[in-house]
Design a protein around this ligand. Structure first.
Ligand code: ATP
Length: 364
């Protein structure tokens, strides 16, 4: 296990493009950290700088208090699993896993012991004699993980390791990787563009956009306390709803509409402080309920027009429009309203979020 610190790290590629701006992060021993963000946000660049595969343009990277900017990947004690986990096609599962250790000149006996132990952790014991072509995508992925963990390194880096798997295999591998992490305890950094993977696997998530860290926090912190509109919209599925408006007399006034809301709670004071400013109101689809079921709770009522309903099994997505904005509401499947008709939805005041429309920072 190893702790790591990245301090004011920047990356400028030789063509002059700055891919990473002032990246700061402290990673504790044994933590499972996920870098998440849309394509091109700089996740892989950061991971490759940590691995030692890409030069750090400026800033410092420490492992166990030692500055390692100039150390090779091997000297850093890091093992990396890439998107394309090429196994050697002419070697058995056993040979694939043993190969790295053989190159390093380990005894055959030690190699056998380690391969068997690793295969047991990964549920590959019965497949050791098979060739890669005789395995499912998920099993091949596990062999790739095996090749990495057999090296007994302190730090694992994984770059979209599940991207070649189908949806079902991804769900299985997600829990397998977290279980392996718990067993071996190595500090792990995992890169994905998939917020569900981030939410289900991470101890802490680093949300990135355009080379800038947007927020670092536990899945719960990011979901309930997003720092800005980008994080609020990126974490959660379906994404948070946003309604554009302005602060007027302590109320939220919807743009191009006569409708305004009294948001209650702290919001009245916050809106007064931001009088006249462009602000955006946010709420998660799953915060909504039918207004007929709301009782006297504090919150806002949205009389939307229902365009489409989608039964998903344990819940339903309702696609509506309201004062020129498309909204999604997530309801109990027994509450599905009629399509092509109006319906009242209620959002509790405690589930509302307010953002500065210009800076997109959360107002709280
Ligand atoms: P993806 O999810 O698509 O892999 P990412 O978040 O991992 O994206 P990076 O691969 O880190 O993104 O790329 C970050 C930015 O740096 C992108 O805009 C990319 O075009 C740019 N970039 C990557 N490699 C180079 C390079 N060698 N030279 C110049 N720019 C590069």
């Amino acid at each position: 296990m190893s702790n790591m610190v990245l301090k004011n790290v920047n990356k400028i590629y030789p063509n002059g493009f700055q891919a990473i701006h002032d990246f700061n992060l402290e990673i504790k021993n044994g933590e499972f950290i996920v870098f998440v963000g849309p394509s091109g946000c700089g996740k892989s660049t950061t991971l490759r700088m940590i691995a030692g595969l890409e030069e750090i343009t400026s800033g410092d990277f420490f492992i166990e208090d030692k500055r390692v900017n100039d150390l090779s990947p091997r000297q850093r004690g890091i093992s990396m699993i890439f998107q394309s986990y090429a196994l050697y096609p002419n070697m058995t599962v056993y040979e694939n896993m043993a190969f790295g250790l053989q190159l390093k000149g380990y005894d055959a006996e030690i190699i056998e012991k380690r391969v068997k132990k690793t295969a047991k952790i990964l549920g590959l014991t019965d497949y050791l004699d098979r060739m890669p072509r005789e395995l499912s995508g998920g099993q091949r992925q596990r062999v790739a993980v095996g090749r990495a963990i057999i090296r007994k390194v302190d730090i694992f880096l994984m770059d979209e390791p599940l991207s070649n798997l189908d949806a079902k295999q991804r769900v299985t591998m997600r829990s397998e990787i977290t279980a392996i992490h718990r067993k071996i305890g190595a500090t792990t950094i995992y890169v994905t563009h998939d917020q569900t993977e981030a939410m289900t696997m991470a101890d802490r998530i680093v949300v990135m956009k355009d080379g800038w860290v947007q927020q670092v926090g536990t899945p719960k912190e990011l979901y309930f306390e997003p720092a800005n509109q980008f994080v609020a919209g990126f974490i959660g599925e379906p994404p948070m709803n946003f309604i554009k408006g302005s602060a007027q007399g302590g109320r939220f006034h919807i743009n191009d509409s006569k409708v305004s809301f009294e948001l209650g709670g702290n919001f009245t004071g916050l809106l007064k402080q931001n009088e006249g400013k462009a602000v955006t109101l946010g709420f998660r689809p799953e915060a909504a309920m039918l207004s007929s079921a709301a009782g006297n709770a504090e919150g806002i009522k949205i009389d939307a027009y229902v365009n489409l309903t989608e039964l998903l099994g344990d819940n339903a997505n309702i696609y509506g429009s309201f004062e020129g904005t498309d909204l999604i509401f997530k309801l109990d499947p027994h509450d599905i309203p009629k399509r092509h008709a109006g319906c009242g939805f209620f959002i509790p005041g405690s589930s509302l979020y307010l953002f500065d429309s210009e800076t997109e920072e959360r107002i709280k």
